[in-house]
Design a protein around this ligand. Sequence first.
Ligand SMILES: Cc1cc2nc3c(=O)[nH]c(=O)nc-3n(C[C@H](O)[C@H](O)[C@H](O)COP(=O)(O)OP(=O)(O)OC[C@H]3O[C@@H](n4cnc5c(N)ncnc54)[C@H](O)[C@@H]3O)c2cc1C
Length: 393
Amino acid sequence: MQNIKKVAIIGAGLGGLAVAVALRKLWCDVQVYEKAQDFRPVGGGLGLLPNGLNFLDAIEPGIVETIKNSGCEVKVSVLKNTQGETIRTNPGSRFEDKYGQPLITVWWWRLQQILASKLPSENIHLNHRCTGFEQEEDHVFIYFENGKKVSADLLIGADGINSVVREALIGDGKPRYLGSMSWRTVIKCHQELLNPGELGFVKGDQEFMYLLNVGDGHISWLYRKSSPDYTLSQDVDEVKSRLLSQLTNWGESLRSLVEATPAERILEGPICDRLPLKSWSKGRVTLLGDAAHPMAPALGQGANSTFEDAYELALCFSQASSIEEALATYEQRRIPRTELIQNRSALGETRYYATNSEPLDQQMQEQSQMTSEEYQDWVFNYKPSLELIPSSV
Ligand SMILES: Cc1cc2nc3c(=O)[nH]c(=O)nc-3n(C[C@H](O)[C@H](O)[C@H](O)COP(=O)(O)OP(=O)(O)OC[C@H]3O[C@@H](n4cnc5c(N)ncnc54)[C@H](O)[C@@H]3O)c2cc1C
């Protein structure tokens, strides 16, 4: 597209970096602006599913191999009780057999590093907190807290669930609290709870924990508990003591995992989403990832569907003759799919804590006209339609 030379992306999270890598393939000048001062080893573990992996590979061929080497290919999932005893094991290879891609668990920070390494470092501007933008006929000005102002032909808000770009564009206020709190981290530890290639799920009463191998001897634990109260702790020590007070009846092996975690490494947060939107764009500005469709993590599709966005947005720009046409096609291709995933994820979140899950299963089925198995096939079988850059170029 002749009229898109410079693209500004707000947010160097997974979505912002993935779309930057994809758009650079179209020879655009892509600049990414991130509020963080540096890329620190933060974040929890994450499950990458067949659809997300298909789209990552279409954006950057070969990247899935690098991610596999950095994270863990799940071979077995293990259900445990809160004493750490195994109740059941299931083969994890069904993903690979059925959908052609495995389930990979990886550290959010490592994935961020892998994506960032595909961009020239001078195109990523840390310490740039976006405060707003102004659109004019043929460009958009973007403003930052550090006093800088840049202009671009296109602005992409990939700034997460509390997106400043979304607030300026749509103005739909705060996210919706879904009734549970989350605590998570990644730590290096020697423990016997989880063998290599295993993913653990610990089911308690109105609470649960995921245990993920995220590679190189690191484990990610993610604990969630139903709670009407979503106030955050005052400081890191309170975060840890609040969490340990919830685990008093849990077995030593699981408690010691939390006890061994430095307080400052534990991320505490409410589980939130937003209601689906009918439009994500105005003029030269659009949204992507959690800024566009934040969803409950129940079905593990937040990042996976974000990689779909990144590829589709670049593909729309490679095929359209105007910004309006590209963004209209992007919305047509993305909104119906992500709306369904958002709605189903919200119900899935409630299901974790329900004493009787049958009515919720029925609601999910009615909502999307799909059984659980049909839904999985629909989500995981989704594949890129074309190569971003045909191999002849
Ligand atoms: C408990 C939990 C577990 C999850 N597990 C999974 C999982 O297993 N699988 C999965 O697919 N998804 C999972 N997710 C969701 C996933 O993490 C997100 O969907 C995904 O990270 C979205 O990426 P993003 O780039 O859109 O947003 P983010 O990752 O939130 O990145 C936004 C970036 O923008 C930056 N930023 C924000 N505001 C500004 C500003 N004003 N100016 C400049 N920069 C700014 C932020 O610092 C950040 O770097 C989980 C989420 C939670 C809460």
